[in-house]
Ligand binder design. Structure first.
Ligand code: S3P
Length: 178
């Protein structure tokens, strides 16, 4: 089921574990778009994993890499850009995202995020701070920035990837028709 193409790129933002990577993959199949996974591009550029970048150079260095990547993006169409969970926290990044497409915020409850990430070690900000309460606090601290950046929001709790994609495509069509 390939959908009629939309004009803009799709920029997925949201907290860790809200499904940005998985949804980006599925959307790219449905629309025939290319995926740009920010974390992966940064890892390839540095020849280090995200935890290694944090451990070696610190968070600010990683945040600057995110900004450089977004600023350096060629204006291309037909991309799904899957952003790292902290990328929408800098205003400059959000301005670049807006220049590049429609910004879709994916959300999930702290419990859902915890269930999805509890056995993973690849999110340096959560290592040692991975209780549901920790996740809730960080999510709450970020909420207003995520919401201010988003053109639309989709909850992923208890939904299949396909259901999330279909909801997203429906809402995008609505936005484009306006
Ligand atoms: C981060 C989210 C991660 C990754 C890094 C920092 C964050 O990406 O960029 O660990 O600050 O929320 P995902 O959202 O893909 O997990």
């Amino acid at each position: 089921m390939k959908q009629k193409s939309i004009e803009d790129n799709i920029v997925l933002i949201g907290f860790m574990g809200t499904g940005k990577t998985t949804v980006a993959q599925r959307l790219s199949e449905l629309y025939g778009f290319e995926v740009l996974e920010m974390d992966q591009v940064i890892e390839e550029g540095e020849h280090l994993s995200i935890p290694e970048i944090f451990a070696t150079y610190g968070e600010e260095y990683f945040r600057d890499l995110e900004t450089n990547l977004l600023v350096g993006l060629q204006r291309k169409n037909h991309m799904v850009i899957s952003c790292g969970g902290g990328a929408a926290l800098r205003e400059k990044n959000v301005a670049e995202m807006k220049r590049n497409g429609k910004i879709i915020l994916l959300t999930a409850s702290p419990r859902t995020v915890w269930e999805r990430l509890k056995d993973r070690e690849d999110r340096p900000l959560l290592n040692g701070h991975k209780t549901i309460k920790d996740i809730e606090e960080l999510m709450e601290a970020r909420r207003s920035k995520y919401e201010a950046a988003a053109d639309m929001t989709i909850s992923t709790d208890k939904k299949t990837v396909l259901a999330v994609c279909e909801e997203l495509m429906e809402k995008l069509k609505g936005l484009e028709e306006k």
